[in-house]
Every structure is written in structure tokens, then in C-alpha cells.
Design a protein around this ligand. Structure first.
Ligand code: GLN
Ligand code: ZN
Length: 608
């Protein structure tokens, strides 16, 4: 298995080689040729080259690069059979390019790109085998075996059985390893699921059905049909109250009552914030002590009362600390949360949790995504107790802290029996209720984090608009139920803003905080052409590093920001939450950050 040469180059960052990435193709191909030769020499018969770039938007030059690259590889390793793998989308306009490559087999993702099968069957040249990805490699549900088998049959009838391979849609990296390890899952739900090991069994079953006929896998087909039917009608999935609410949505529910300038006027006297107000993104250090308390509570070693007393103690310390160093808009610190999605999932209906369902997030970091299996609703308040406790300790405003609907959707396994957009609206309504409860409890500012909005973008640019449309609506549904004087914040952890800045503006949060320090405020480029209308906190402190930035550095970043944004628009905050940092660094860095804000206030016209 190798990453194919063209995708490799297209994913690379231009480091000033003087030529666009593909200009390096002629230098990379001999190295690939050499590796293929070594693999053949070691006895390999097949080599898979992943070329996901083939499902993206390619120009003539890139298509030509594919033809040239594979002609060279075919020459370099004449005895080897090459399989080119594509996934996550249909090949679309690149289908013919892919089918024309001098390779032994081409892999197609029929889960995300089901529509491409017939055209591929019609156009596949006679020497080419197709590997058909019919088992979903990115979700946790069992396959509908009858449906998969009939697609495979269609292919085998057309191409001949020796030219059809059966496969998962993509790498199994994205799903947990083994459902058999789950002891705590509800039996009915578990019956609907398949993790990597179970998915491979499905692939084997389907191949057997293809080779030996339906009769040979009759039992598996019967079981699969039963799961499909039961899941469809299960009372666990369908909650009529949730559907009635969705049907009753009105456009007014997606809009704040007044436009931003009026809201600003209503919020200012209530919050009483200085110019260049300081705040943080929500979490404070999750020390080993905090994690230990949570584990003990979960295991029943610590009772609820003792655990809650512990968390309240942490909240109180954090409020005092923020007051002492002079932050303006405080937070409670998120000590009760294991993870920003898991915490909410556990308190919402329609979610299930695994014990061992770890998947890679990036590098060596793993997450255990919740599984959304049914209609989502909120049985009761999720954060109001902790937030109002924090507010009761101080005269300064405390910001409520929620995870947004798109991020909860994006970082969970999602049911596949209704559009993602519908599930997202259900989550949005649950968050909306939480926002309303926080407001009712006297909380004056509420942050709804949406760090995953950007990564939800579809691969094909043509589909961006549709996605952004509903993603923005979901955020607005969650955030717009409040009165003018309640300030809505949102937070995102990235600075690649330019291509979606208008959608971000349409979210209409009063304040947005974003990552900006590592790129030296690169995001400000987005504001040359586009005037962001509301308030914005470009992060001045890189929380990914233990390094403590100086007040001078942060002042310089803020000065840069005043070049592009009005001083009255700018907030002062770190890039992201502080949960992975230690208290010593956090104390020093936030004190310096407050100092930087004070310097800017001293220079700016008062009351700006
Ligand atoms: N409120 C969350 C925190 O501070 C936001 C985390 C995130 O953006 N990923 O940890
Ligand atoms: Zn963040």
C-alpha cells in the first residue's frame, strides 16, 4: 500500500521549489519505480496506490499528470499488478481519466459515490478489474447485504466475476476495531452495528454470495433483512415529538430579533465591558487530579455529592483566578467535561456510547465518538447548574459554554437513515433549549463552539453551498432564541477563513473567536475584501505550545489586528481552550494577555 505519486504531490505544500507541486513529478516517479521494483522483488503481486485526489476537482494538467505517472509506473514494474484506490466521493469528471490508467484494478467508493457504478461498468476497458467498495468504511452500521449483493451481481454480470473485487468503501481507519469488545451497549443497538472486524466478515460473506450464489449466504441475508426492517420501525429511533417540532420550524426561529448594531447597544450596558475586552475560550487545565476525580466518579469510587463538591471547588478557584488577573468575561472552566462532544452526547437522547470505540483523530491522538442512532432531544438542562454556580461567585459576567450542533454532528457517528442535515437540526433544537435555559437563569453571554464547521465541507466545491446553507441555519436555530441583550459568542479553531467568510458572517454571532496567533494573524487577509460586521477575537496566545508569549508579542499581534478591524470590534483571547495546558503556563500567559489588552486600551480613544 502506497500513497500514489500524484496525490502525494498535490497534498504537498509549496515550499518555494520554484515550480508548482506537479513540477516535481519527474523526480518522484523514479523513486516510486524503485520502490515498486523492490516490492516485486520481495514477492508482492499486487500493490495498491491510493489516489484520493482523483475525486477532487482536477484541471487538465493534473489529469495529464495521472496518465503520465501511471504510464511510467507500469513501465517500471511490468510484472506487478497495480490497484488505484479512490474514495470519499465519486470520480465524476475524472472517471474516464481513472479508467484509462494502465493498471490492473480501480477501486470505487460506492457508499459515498454510488451513482458512478453504471457509468464505470459501461466504460471500463476490458483489461481492468473494479474493486467495489460496498461496505461503509466510515460508519458503524451493518450493511444492507441484499442491496450490496445486487450491485455486485450487476457488476459481475457485466464484467465477469474475475473482474470484480469486493471491498470496504475506504480504509477502516475511521471505524472502531471490534464490536465484540463492547459489553455495555444495548443489545438491540449492538445488533444494528458493525465495526472493522465485522465489516471484513461482511465483505467475505458478500464475496461468497457472489461466487456461490445467494443460497450460500441465505442465512446472513435473512439476518441482514431483519435488522434493516427492525431498525426502520424501531420506537427507539423515532420520536414523534421531535418530528412535530421539526415540522413546526419557522423562519423567525432562525433570526435574532434585531440586527447586530441594535443588539450591541442592548448588550453593552448589561455586560459593562471595557474596550478590547478579555476572555478565554472555555476550558481551563484538565489536570490529572480533575481526570482522576471523574474516573473515580464513573467507577463509583466517589459518590455524586463528593464529585460535585470537587468540581465546584475547581470552578471557584478558576473564578477567583480570573478575577485576580483581571479578565473581563469569565468562564467556569469546563472541569465536568471529558470531551466537548461526548459530554453533551451523554446528556441527550438518541446517542449511544462505546467502551472501546477508539478511532484516530490525528497523530497519536484518539477519540471515542458517540453514536447518534435516533431522534435527538434534550431531557433536561445540561450546563445550567455549573454555569449559574460560577455566576453566583462573581459580579463579573460568566459566559455559558456549549458545543454547537454542527460540531456535535461532525464528531459523532451519524445515523444513515435520514439526511445529516435533519439530524443536525434536531441537535440544534436541543442546544436552543439549553441556550434559553441559560438566558432564563440570568447568564448574559453564551458561547456556542463550532470548531468543526469547516471540516464538514464536502469535497466537491459544487456541494459547498448546500452544506454551508444548512450548517449556518443550524447554528442560527441554536443561537437565535435569545433576546437582543444576550450576547452570543462562537469559536472556531482555524484561520482559513477566506473562502467561507460570508457564511461565517451569516452565522450572525455577536462575537467570534478564532485561531490566529500561529499564523501571525494571517486570517486578517480575509478582511481586506470582506468587512466582517460583528465583533471578533483573533487568538493572540497559541495554546498548542507550552511556551508563554510575552505581553509585547501579544500587543504586536493586536496592533496588527487594529490595522484591519475597527478597535471596537476586537476582543482579546487565546486561540483555543486551555485544557491541555498546565496552570503555571496559563497563569503567566493570561496575565501577559491582560497586560497587552490594557496597553491597547491606553492608546485607543476611550469608549471606542
Ligand atoms: N470551549 C472549548 C474549550 O475551551 C472549545 C474547544 C475547541 O474549540 N476545540 O476547550
Ligand atoms: Zn478551539
Amino acid at each position: 500500500m502506497l500513497l500514489g505519486p500524484v496525490t502525494y504531490l498535490l497534498l504537498g505544500k509549496d515550499r518555494g521549489w520554484g515550480a508548482p507541486a506537479l513540477g516535481l513529478l519527474d523526480r518522484v516517479l523514479p523513486v516510486y519505480g524503485e520502490v515498486l521494483g523492490l516490492l516485486a522483488g520481495a514477492g508482492a503481486e499486487w500493490v495498491q496506490l491510493d489516489e484520493p485526489a482523483l475525486v477532487g476537482g482536477l484541471g487538465e494538467a493534473e489529469r495529464a499528470a495521472f496518465a503520465r505517472a501511471y504510464a511510467a509506473l507500469a513501465r517500471a514494474a511490468p510484472g506487478l499488478r497495480l490497484l488505484v484506490a479512490t474514495y470519499f466521493e465519486a470520480l465524476g469528471p475524472n472517471l474516464e481519466t481513472a479508467l484509462a490508467l494502465p493498471i490492473a484494478a480501480l477501486h470505487l467508493d460506492l457508499v459515498r459515490g454510488g451513482g458512478q457504478l453504471d457509468e464505470a461498468l459501461a466504460k471500463a476497458p476490458s483489461g481492468l478489474a473494479l474493486s467495489l467498495g460496498v461496505v461503509d468504511g466510515r460508519n458503524v452500521w451493518r450493511s444492507d447485504l441484499a442491496r450490496a449483493l445486487s450491485r455486485l451481481k450487476r457488476a459481475a454480470d457485466r464484467l465477469g466475476p474475475e473482474r470484480v473485487m469486493v471491498a470496504p468503501s475506504c480504509s477502516l481507519l475511521h471505524v472502531p476495531l471490534d464490536l465484540d469488545l463492547e459489553t455495555g451497549l444495548d443489545a438491540e443497538l449492538k445488533g444494528w452495528m458493525a465495526f472493522a472486524k465485522q465489516k471484513l466478515a461482511e465483505v467475505a460473506t458478500l464475496a461468497r454470495g457472489l461466487n456461490e450464489g445467494r443460497g450460500a449466504i441465505a442465512e446472513a441475508l435473512g439476518a441482514s433483512a431483519e435488522v434493516e426492517a427492525r431498525r426502520r420501525d424501531s420506537r427507539r429511533i423515532h420520536d414523534p415529538a421531535v418530528n412535530r417540532r421539526l415540522a413546526a420550524l419557522t423562519p423567525e426561529m432562525e433570526r435574532r430579533r434585531s440586527p447586530y448594531p441594535e443588539r450591541r447597544r442592548a448588550q453593552a450596558p448589561r455586560l459593562g465591558l471595557p474596550p478590547f475586552p478579555t476572555t478565554t475560550i472555555g476550558s481551563f487545565p484538565q489536570t490529572s487530579e480533575v481526570r482522576k476525580a471523574r474516573t473515580e466518579f464513573r467507577r463509583g469510587v466517589r459518590d455524586r455529592a463528593a464529585y460535585e463538591a470537587f468540581v465546584k471547588g475547581e470552578i471557584e478557584k478558576t473564578i477567583r483566578f480570573q478575577e485576580e488577573i483581571g479578565l473581563d468575561l469569565l468562564v467556569h472552566g469546563e472541569f465536568e467535561r471529558n470531551d466537548m462532544v461526548e459530554y453533551f452526547g451523554e446528556l441527550l437522547s438518541g446517542f449511544a456510547f462505546t467502551g472501546q470505540g477508539w478511532v484516530q483523530s490525528y497523530g497519536s491522538r484518539c477519540v471515542k465518538p458517540p453514536i447518534i442512532y435516533g431522534d435527538v432531544s434534550r431531557p433536561g438542562p445540561m450546563t445550567v447548574g455549573w454555569t449559574t454556580f460560577a455566576q453566583s461567585l462573581t459580579r463579573k459576567p460568566v459566559k455559558g459554554m456549549l458545543t454547537g450542533p454542527v460540531t456535535i454532528l461532525q464528531w459523532s457517528f451519524v445515523r444513515d437513515d435520514q439526511p445529516r442535515e435533519t439530524t443536525c437540526r434536531q441537535i440544534a433544537l436541543a442546544i436552543r433549549d439549553e441556550v434559553a435555559d441559560l438566558e432564563r437563569a440570568g447568564i448574559k453571554a453564551i458561547q456556542i463552539d463550532e470548531p468543526a464547521i469547516r471540516e464538514g465541507l464536502p469535497l466537491h466545491k459544487a456541494k459547498w453551498r448546500g452544506y454551508l446553507e444548512w450548517a449556518v441555519v443550524c447554528f442560527r436555530l441554536a443561537s437565535s432564541g435569545v433576546r437582543d441583550e444576550t450576547q452570543i459568542h462562537t469559536h472556531m479553531c482555524y484561520s482559513e477563513f477566506n473562502d467561507i467568510i460570508d457564511s461565517i458572517a451569516r452565522m450572525d454571532a455577536d462575537v467570534i473567536s478564532i485561531e490566529a496567533s500561529r499564523s501571525q494573524m494571517e486570517l486578517l487577509d480575509a478582511f481586506t475584501a470582506f468587512k466582517y460586521p460583528n465583533e471578533i477575537g483573533p487568538g493572540v496566545y497559541d495554546i498548542h505550545s507550552p511556551r508563554v508569549p510575552s505581553a509585547d508579542e501579544m500587543t504586536a499581534l493586536l496592533e496588527k489586528a487594529t490595522g484591519r478591524l475597527g478597535p471596537e470590534q476586537i476582543w482579546v483571547n487565546p486561540d483555543c481552550g486551555l485544557k491541555t495546558r498546565g496552570w503555571a503556563e496559563v497563569k503567566a500567559a493570561l496575565a501577559a494577555m491582560v497586560e497587552a489588552a490594557k496597553r491597547l486600551r491606553a492608546r485607543a480613544p476611550a469608549g471606542a
